[in-house]
Design a protein around this ligand. Structure first.
Ligand code: LHQ
Length: 264
């Protein structure tokens, strides 16, 4: 597939999807969403890839749904079914990211608004540049948050802050987002790219399956009792105990050398 609105760059074990519509703050039109799906599918089926980085070109990570897209407008006097858009393109994207066979990093280079913020929060590790901000823009246009925002916010920052952010739609600076536990960390603007590259390289050499099972366990914990979660942890550990990377990890430990994980 030829991409118009994104770039997919795969260098060794690191895949990078760059949202590339900077003039419109990387807001997401229909074609761009289909391209993102295609790129994520390509990552999923490429056995060499061991980490996916999502980022944006220009001053935005992503400003959410393109409000000028025809899918958002009434046609022939009929109001649009924007819920269908969410079901067809946005919900499946979040589920693809959550089920991806490699860890994901959101490199939030600039503002992340609406569904753009949700997509960042759907990644495993969210790193933002100092000048980035998160904006629950939905209430400003008479909508409710979507693409997982209500779930990510209420789980990470608690209901009081989640409701405040979603109702008032104030910009949440990257620093405060990190202080509140919404994201993993903030990097100085001038060290952002190097910091992202270093983190991506580091994650790409780790035990991929263990990282992806960790994502699953962390999300599963919410809907389990402690006893249920202890059982799920045991079965995950059992499965990983049969993996090549576990054998390599233990061997490297006993030989007092860094492990050489293969992702298997
Ligand atoms: C945009 C956009 C944009 C089009 C900037 N669309 N052009 C709902 C329904 C169904 C499906 C799935 O998803 C959703 C959830 C959503 O994501 S709803 C959309 C949520 N996003 C927004 O409401 C954000 C709208 N944008 C803004 O509020 C501002 O642009 C922010 C605060 C993000 C940035 O403000 P500024 O830094 O002042 O930049 P700007 O407003 O001047 O924008 C620069 C350009 O980008 C401008 O175009 P122009 O041709 O005039 O230079 C904007 O129109 C365009 N742009 N966001 N979402």
């Amino acid at each position: 597939m030829e991409f118009r609105f994104i770039d997919l760059d795969i260098q060794g074990a690191v895949a990078r999807i760059n949202f590339n519509r900077p003039g419109k703050l990387n807001s997401l039109n229909n074609a761009m969403m289909l391209e993102i799906h295609h790129a994520v599918d390509a990552v999923q089926s490429n056995a060499d890839v061991r980490v996916l980085v999502l980022t944006g070109n220009g001053r935005a990570f992503c400003a959410g749904q393109d409000l000028a897209d025809p899918a958002m407008q009434a046609a022939d006097g009929k109001p649009p079914d924007i819920g269908h858009l969410v079901e067809r393109l946005y919900k499946p994207l979040v589920m693809k990211l959550q089920n991806l066979r490699v860890p994901t990093i959101a490199a939030v280079n600039g503002l992340a608004a609406g569904a753009g913020a949700s997509i960042a929060l759907a990644c495993d590790i969210v790193l933002a540049s100092q000048s980035a901000y998160f904006l629950q823009a939905f209430s400003k246009i008479g909508l409710t948050p979507d693409t997982g925002s209500t779930w990510f916010l209420s789980h990470r920052v608690g209901t009081a802050r989640a409701i405040g952010l979603a109702m008032l739609a104030d910009k949440l600076p990257a620093d405060k987002a990190a202080q509140w536990g919404l994201i993993w960390d903030v990097l100085d603007d001038d060290q952002f790219q190097a910091g992202i590259d270093a983190t991506a390289q580091r994650v790409a050499t780790m035990a991929t399956k263990a990282l992806v099972r960790t994502r699953f366990l962390m999300h599963a914990a919410d809907s389990h009792t402690l006893e249920q979660q202890l059982s799920v942890e045991a079965s995950t550990i059992r499965e990983l105990g049969w993996s090549r990377d576990y054998r390599e990890g233990v061997r490297a430990f006993s030989e007092k050398r860094p492990p050489r994980f293969s992702g298997d």
